[in-house]
Unconditional design. Structure first.
Length: 135
């Protein structure tokens, strides 16, 4: 059975928030957008709000379109990531509270090469930044 996870794309001043996975974690050292698995009976929106708060301390003020989803393989099988574009209170964008990651960055599309990203995540981020600049 396919597992579903949600990714939360937070874009501010044409930069996207990415988090670095701890080195002892699956894909340790790689950068990604905030996100995680859906809990039982949880909607995508509920999971997005919960995961964003858990991983960054940020609270989404609104969730928008689904963008840049992809599938990947883990030891337990296929996982599908569905991404939502989130707005957050802009006064809090510099006060990220990391619990599950060891670093964060606000990254412009031209600076992506400086970060260790999976090809799926890179493509996803490029798509998100392209779309977010138009809405």
């Amino acid at each position: 059975m396919k597992k579903i996870v949600v990714g939360i794309a937070v874009v501010f001043n044409k930069k996207i928030l990415i988090l670095r996975r701890k080195t002892d974690d699956f894909l340790g050292g790689y950068w990604e957008i905030p996100g995680g698995k859906l809990e039982k009976n949880e909607t995508l929106e509920e999971a997005a709000n919960r995961e964003l708060a858990e991983e960054t301390g940020l609270i989404a003020t609104s969730l928008k379109i689904t963008v840049g989803g992809f599938e990947y393989q883990t030891k337990s099988g296929t996982t599908e990531q569905i991404n939502l574009l989130a707005d957050v209170d802009e006064t809090n964008v510099d006060s990220i509270k990391l619990l599950e990651h060891d670093s964060f960055a606000w990254v412009a599309i031209n600076d992506l090469d400086q970060y260790k990203l999976s090809s799926e995540m890179r493509s996803c981020i490029e798509q998100i930044l392209s779309i977010s600049n138009k809405i």
